[in-house]
Design a protein around this ligand. Structure first.
Ligand code: COA
Length: 349
């Protein structure tokens, strides 16, 4: 094992020498998106915007939207995604020791989505908790589940990332509403005797000095100094797009570099970069910085927009079902989001 990068904090870590007596494998994946589509043409009818502007600035062509009339929300999407992951893994839900759901748009705050999801899939009395880490929810969840399994606390854990972002959009705000859609992605992780498998390096960070660049106010007391609170803005995502863009371009690249350094690897050693889909230009900047071929950095933002905690698991599931993620490969999961938070998880599959 190599030493950690000199600028890395304790939150950047490679596995300590000799530590893992248990490996972790991804046993199966699943995802779920609503059927209803919200296309750029729909936005052209609703707002002063154009397909050309949206595609050029974001890469997005359409998103999926939960239909409340059908009872769809982050709980139902998460349940479907985890059920599909269990079927794919051929693992009975009763074998789950834990269910972790990353979401900032739970159906309710109490009970958590994870409790209801665990019950719906038939996970008995498995431990269940939500993670509120915005777009990092799934990647934080992978790291936490990996640690729980490696420590011997659990053998089988379902990790879900899901957000119902269309429930927190102001559809009169063209700067924000065109970006987001709804989705869930899930993976079932399981202990294995092959100790080389599982997380080989990771990072988990947060810095609230930038919280006001991306926040979801629930009361008028929540607004940062300088902002005028209004009823219309309550429970609607507020974002300083340019500030988040600058943060993301720098953080994404630096995070990838530090995680590679922690593991003693070069960019070309990694088979898959499975990244949060926030803007095609942010992804392209990382691809160029590391000289990666297109097939190594998966992009599906054109079909779903930014689905917050849903995006990384959704990418994984699409790659997994296409047979592109194989045992022995290296996959680097990367995300950033509100908080501000940022996180990576480098896996030997
Ligand atoms: N359609 C047409 N014009 C739009 C528009 C839209 N949907 N949204 C903004 N504009 C306009 C602005 O009003 C502005 O016009 P002005 O110059 O007359 O004031 C102009 O386009 C440029 O706006 P700007 O905000 O500078 O655009 P941008 O190139 O930064 O792109 C984002 C905006 C939101 C796409 C970009 O900043 C971004 O992706 N940021 C990161 C967001 C993100 O990732 N958030 C989630 C983090 S998990």
């Amino acid at each position: 094992m190599t030493a950690r990068h000199p600028h890395a904090s304790r939150a950047d870590a490679a596995m300590p020498p000799g530590a893992p007596a248990i490996g972790v494998r991804i046993a199966g994946c699943g995802s779920a998106v609503p059927d209803t589509r919200l296309t750029n043409a729909d936005f052209e009818r609703m707002l002063d915007t154009s397909d050309e502007w949206i595609v050029q600035r974001t890469g997005i062509r359409e998103r999926r939207r939960c239909d409340p009339a059908k009872g769809e929300n982050s709980r139902t999407l998460s349940t479907l995604a985890l059920r599909r992951a269990l079927e794919n893994a051929r693992i009975d839900a009763g074998e789950l020791d834990g269910v972790i759901v990353g979401t900032v748009t739970p159906e309710m705050l109490c009970p958590s989505n994870s409790c209801r999801v665990a019950a719906a899939v038939g996970a008995g009395t498995a431990a269940a908790f939500d993670i509120s880490a915005a777009c990092c929810g799934f990647v934080y969840g992978l790291n936490i589940a990996n640690a729980l399994i490696r420590s011997g606390s659990m053998r089988t854990v379902g990790v879900v990332g899901c957000d119902h972002m269309t429930s927190v959009m102001d559809y009169t705000d063209r700067r924000v509403s065109i970006l987001f859609g709804d989705a869930a992605g899930a993976a079932v992780l399981r202990a294995t005797d092959d100790t080389s498998r599982g997380v080989v390096a990771h990072a988990m960070h947060a810095d609230a000095t930038g919280w006001a660049d991306l926040y979801l106010p629930r009361s008028k007391a929540d607004f940062p100094p300088g902002e005028t609170p209004t009823d219309e803005k309550l429970n609607r995502l507020q974002m300083n797009g340019q500030a988040v863009f600058k943060f993301a371009v720098k953080t994404f690249g630096d995070l990838i570099q530090r995680t590679l350094d922690s593991a003693g690897l070069k960019a070309e050693d990694v088979d898959h970069y499975i990244c949060h889909q926030s803007n095609a230009r942010i992804l392209e900047a990382s691809r160029e910085r590391f000289g990666l071929p297109e097939e190594k950095l998966y992009v599906n933002i054109q079909n779903y927009g930014n689905t917050s905690a849903g995006s990384v698991g959704l990418c994984l599931d699409e790659l997994w079902r296409a047979g592109r993620v194989r045992e022995g490969q290296l996959a680097l999961f990367v995300a950033f989001g509100g908080g501000l938070t940022w996180s990576s998880s480098l896996w030997r599959i």
